[in-house]
Design a protein around this ligand. Structure first.
Ligand code: BG6
Length: 494
């Protein structure tokens, strides 16, 4: 590691919020604890509240205790000294001037060579204004580098995303912008490329001659958790499909990049998004299912339906579940459905990819259903991490055949040392590696696809399907696959 790269001031806009407390502070602490941050760093929290350094440090300490226990907090004193807080009004020019002074002091105190990460962890309507004010007030004019980290949602549709992008591009170049998609920081999402491109057994098979379909599931048990007003406007399509689900699809379908460079990888992913067949107009009901959860039972307890959640309209049409058949119109993938599904209040929390290979044209052993099945490659993203390969074998001691599972799961020791997504992404940002962040072209192409779907929904009078909380989604999602002679592979016990 080039430690000079890691000498930086993190300026967190929205440091009094939930994201900072739950994700950013623990991640910065982990980077420090593991020696990925030298002593030459500072964290400057900004927010509207009238906090002081001590209030912020107490919050940081609390987040460390929550994750690492009380002992960690007593050892963390020297870490906490790197944190300070400034009340900040994003609309006031003077605030930025004071910020400039404060940054100069921090550079001096901690011997930081002017490297700055401006982290937007607050309401998106101010991102453009903040970025431009940073630039106008000369806060980027240092000997070091400046980077802008933007949390999702990056716009609410293509139009607003373009507007936001234009605003931030007036102040930061594309190379300086790091658009977070936290799925790209997950261990097993990053492993997709290694599994695909470092194994001779998969390379030649990774195409429409050998793969029957690919299924990507991200199911959650949580409901909207007090985020009703945000979720009402977003729904599962904007909240999960536009970013996380399409990112996973592009990693699965991208061609081998020329090299493992940011530009080469991004350009292959972008090609996939360009080749995705738009789902619009009449094709919508055949290819996309939207649904909302109704009351149900989870872990033995009754839970509310979506319409009874706080800050949700009683007549809401917002979808809490989406399943879709996506087709990629290129030479490699023509004819192979990519099925995706994601939803809240489902039976299990699970993110999993199942690659189903085509069966042999003539399988002498396939006498009865279940005696043999298609070969599968299963990538377990969360909560378990690992891969399973499903082959057919002989049942020991009998003439029967049966599917056998070859499993590799990360053991608990590996997982304790596995950095969390945010920790990895912050580290990449310090190192100037934008590979696992979304490029503007990816964001805009995925908004085009999502806008086409939501426009078609607005025009169609087809009612929203329904699924019981605690189930694996609506029957319409099963029918989507049955229409192709397929079915969802279970996410449990696989
Ligand atoms: C976020 C969504 O981007 O991802 C949330 O806004 C969702 O609604 C979350 O719960 C899921 O992330 P993970 O890492 O728990 O799968």
């Amino acid at each position: 590691m080039n430690t000079e790269q890691a000498e930086t001031v993190f300026v967190i806009f929205g440091s009094t919020g939930d994201l900072a407390k739950r994700k950013l502070f623990p991640s910065i602490y982990n980077l420090y604890r593991k020696g990925n941050l030298t002593d030459k760093f500072a964290v400057l929290g900004l927010g509207r509240r009238n906090w002081d350094n001590e209030t912020l440090r107490d919050v940081v300490k609390e987040s460390i205790v929550t994750e690492h226990g009380q002992d960690a907090a007593s050892e963390a004193e020297s870490f906490l000294n790197h944190f300070s807080y400034m009340p900040f009004d994003v609309t006031n020019r003077e605030s930025y001037q004071q910020l400039g002074d404060q940054l100069a002091i921090l550079d001096e105190t901690f011997q930081i060579p002017g490297n700055r990460i401006f982290y937007m962890a607050m309401a998106p309507e101010f991102f453009g204004l903040i970025a431009q004010s940073i630039n106008n007030e000369g806060l980027k004019e240092t000997k070091g580098w400046s980077r802008l980290v933007i949390e999702k949602p990056f716009g609410t549709d293509l139009k607003s995303a373009i507007q936001l992008n234009e605003e931030i591009r007036k102040a930061f170049s594309e190379d300086e912008i790091y658009r977070i998609d936290h799925y790209l920081g997950k261990e097993m999402v990053q492993n997709i490329q290694v599994i695909r491109f470092a194994n001779g057994i998969f390379g030649p098979l990774w195409n429409n001659r050998n793969i029957a379909n690919i299924q990507v599931t991200s199911s959650e048990q949580l409901g909207v958790e007090g985020r009703g007003s945000y979720y009402e406007k977003s729904g599962a399509l904007r909240d999960m499909v536009q970013n996380h689900m399409l990112q996973m699809v592009s990693l699965l379908a991208m061609d081998v990049p020329l090299q493992l460079s940011t530009d080469d990888i991004r350009s292959e992913k972008i090609k996939v998004l360009r080749a995705l067949r738009p789902v619009m107009g009449e094709t919508i009901s055949k290819n996309v299912v939207r649904a909302q959860y109704s009351e149900g039972t989870m872990n033995g307890e009754r839970v509310k339906g979506y319409l009874q959640e706080e800050n949700v309209s009683e007549t809401s049409h917002t979808e809490t579940y989406v399943a879709a058949r996506l087709m990629i119109d290129n030479h490699v993938w023509a004819g192979v459905p990519f099925y995706i599904r994601t939803g809240k209040r489902m039976a299990v929390k699970s993110t999993k990819i199942v690659v189903e290979f085509k069966e042999l044209p003539l399988n002498l052993y396939r006498k009865e259903e279940k005696q043999t099945g298609p070969n599968l490659l299963i990538i377990h993203i969360q909560p378990d991490e690992g891969i399973t390969i499903v082959l057919n074998g002989k049942r020991i001691g009998s003439a029967d055949t049966t599917p056998v599972h070859l499993e590799y799961r990360h053991d608990s020791e590996d997982r304790v040392n596995t950095p969390e997504a945010y920790e990895r992404l912050l580290f990449d940002c310090m190192m100037g590696d934008a590979t696992n962040f979304a490029h503007w072209d990816e964001v805009s192409l995925s908004w085009s696809l999502v806008d086409a779907i939501s426009n078609a929904w607005e025009k169609s009078d087809k009612v929203l399907a329904s699924y019981e909380a605690g189930s694996m989604g609506p029957k319409e999602a099963d029918q989507l696959l049955e229409a192709d002679g397929n079915s969802w592979w279970p996410v449990e016990n696989m």
